[in-house]
Design a protein around this ligand. Structure first.
Ligand SMILES: Cc1cc2nc3c(=O)[nH]c(=O)nc-3n(C[C@H](O)[C@H](O)[C@H](O)COP(=O)(O)OP(=O)(O)OC[C@H]3O[C@@H](n4cnc5c(N)ncnc54)[C@H](O)[C@@H]3O)c2cc1C
Length: 461
């Protein structure tokens, strides 16, 4: 087959990871010969399912530094685009009924290490160190660091809608939400202005060599494109693309779901930050409900020990009336299906399950348990994950092949950091000190891998 064109860098996948990689190649490193290939509309697969939340809170300082850098880049984009992607910063509220949060606070110091350790402020009844509640959603005026609220009166006054049995709150301040779609569109516009191009088509095969020969099936037939560099940003299909180059990636896809609903009853205050219930879920089923659930393997797990992590946030700004709920309880890997709307793992009871889980922290949601919102959407997508829940960014194992992938449930918040990092690897630019750790090279570092496999949390939300 003849080669139809020759380009320098071909990026497979126009989700947020591929777009961001192309964006930094085109804008920061002035690469013009960049082709972004996707079989779908840009930002329409996993990137369309994102909760669009971001945070710099992680159990390990490497991930904290990586997401901090990514948030720095989002700040830059917000400044230069007049915040076209509606970045807000009301923080993340992590709530628990536990009296003793020493372990959680120790974990905070571990995660932030030097970066923001000075900015961990503990507010007890006695100390009362000045705490500023997030009155505004403005990202540019939000404080840094973390406020630990251990004064129940302060908690009740600041977050009156939360359950009255909450004893402690960790309020992560460098956190909030964005419109990932708008951010992607903004970067696509800049890529176009810088000379980058897009092609709608499916990558069917890649022949290794200098250059790579990439077969792309388009509406009018197969194009064979020669590319000096290939970037694998295929999201849940990254393993498939790597397989074309005989590379086996340590990535599994875990399906996770969310709901969004119209909060007609105004149950969730519009100013509520993204709020997470850290405590294990107890549903308090009635005897009758237990009887009903126990006989079906699809539902019997609901009677067992269930992890914390159910979360809730208002969606659509102060004047909107939609709310998003999520709870990433699935741990079983599955192969990615092409049609997310008809994913066979979409649990028909998920909307009810997540509403019940979220009402423990947000009791006003109780009214929706028996009278479910009429307008809601139930959707989901894959977290492509490594076992340690760290991304894979950088060289993919053979010369000229790179990856921006395994972005799990943190790909929207880390896209800018991941794209900039992948671009730096490609052009041999300056790399941050965590670059190797976030690449495949970490698997040759037994000390790090042992540390990660012994960690009590991987930061999945
Ligand atoms: C339910 C859910 C909630 C989430 N919430 C958050 C959140 O709150 N915050 C956060 O930061 N992250 C969140 N995430 C994660 C985030 O959405 C993802 O990490 C991110 O969107 C991944 O982007 P991507 O570009 O890697 O993948 P994708 O968006 O899936 O893009 C990959 C693209 O590659 C294309 N492709 C694949 N194979 C081929 C091929 N052979 N030829 C051509 N094109 C191909 C696909 O068509 C697709 O468009 C969430 C994810 C889910 C599922």
């Amino acid at each position: 087959m003849n080669t139809d064109s020759h380009i320098e860098i071909l990026v497979v996948g126009a989700g947020v990871a591929g777009i961001s990689s192309a964006y930094y190649l085109c804008t920061r490193y002035a690469k013009a010969s960049v082709l972004l290939v996707d079989s779908r509309q840009a930002m329409s697969f996993t990137s369309a399912q994102s909760g669009d939340n971001y945070r710099n809170w992680w159990p390990h300082p490497t991930m904290a530094s990586f997401t901090n850098d990514s948030i720095d880049l989002m700040d830059e984009l917000a400044r230069e685009s007049s915040n076209v992607f509606n970045m807000t910063r009301r923080g993340y509220v992590l709530a628990t009924r536990e009296d003793d949060v020493d372990e959680l606070v120790t974990d905070l110091y571990t995660g932030y290490r030097d970066a923001e350790a000075d900015d961990i402020r503990v507010h007890t009844v006695a100390s009362g160190r000045g705490y500023t509640a997030p009155e505004s959603e403005d990202w540019s005026t939000a404080p840094r660091g973390v406020d630990v609220l251990s004064d129940t009166r302060l908690i009740k006054n600041t977050f009156p809608s939360l359950s009255k049995d909450i004893k402690n709150i960790l309020h992560i301040r460098r956190a909030g939400d964005i419109s990932g779609q708008q951010m992607g569109q903004y970067m696509l516009g800049e890529i176009k202005s810088a000379g980058g191009r897009r092609l709608t088509g499916t990558v069917r095969g890649i022949e290794s060599g200098q250059p790579f020969l990439v077969d792309v099936e388009c509406a009018d037939g197969v194009q064979r494109i020669a590319a000096d560099i290939v970037v694998n940003a295929a999201g849940p299909f990254a393993g498939h693309i790597a397989g074309m180059l005989d590379i086996d990636l340590p990535i599994k896809n875990i399906y996770q779901q969310k709901i969004a609903f119209e909060d007609k009853l105004g149950a969730v205050p519009r100013q509520l930050p993204f709020s997470i219930d850290l405590d294990p879920v107890e549903f308090g089923w009635s005897d009758e409900e237990r009887e009903f659930l126990k006989d079906d393997s699809e539902t019997s797990w609901l009677l067992g020990d269930l992890p914390g992590g159910a979360h809730c946030r208002p969606d659509g700004g102060d004047n909107g009336n939609w709310v998003k709920l999520g709870w990433a309880f699935n741990h079983e890997a599955s192969s990615a299906q092409d049609d997310l709307a008809n994913e066979t793992r979409m649990h028909p009871m998920y909307p009810e399950i997540v509403m019940r889980a979220a009402k423990r922290l947000n009791p006003s949601l109780t009214q929706y348990v028996d009278d479910f919102p009429t307008r809601f959407s139930h959707y989901g997508g894959y977290y492509p994950m490594t076992r340690e829940n760290w991304p894979l960014i950088g060289p993919m194992g053979i010369d000229g092949a790179f990856i921006t992938g395994a972005l799990s449930g943190f790909g929207s918040m880390s896209a800018c950091g991941a794209g900039a990092l992948c671009a730096a690897w490609i052009v041999d630019g300056d790399l941050p000190n965590y670059a190797e750790q976030l690449s495949l090279a970490r698997y040759a570092n037994p000390k790090l891998m042992t540390e990660l496999s012994n960690a009590s949390s991987t930061g999945v939300l």
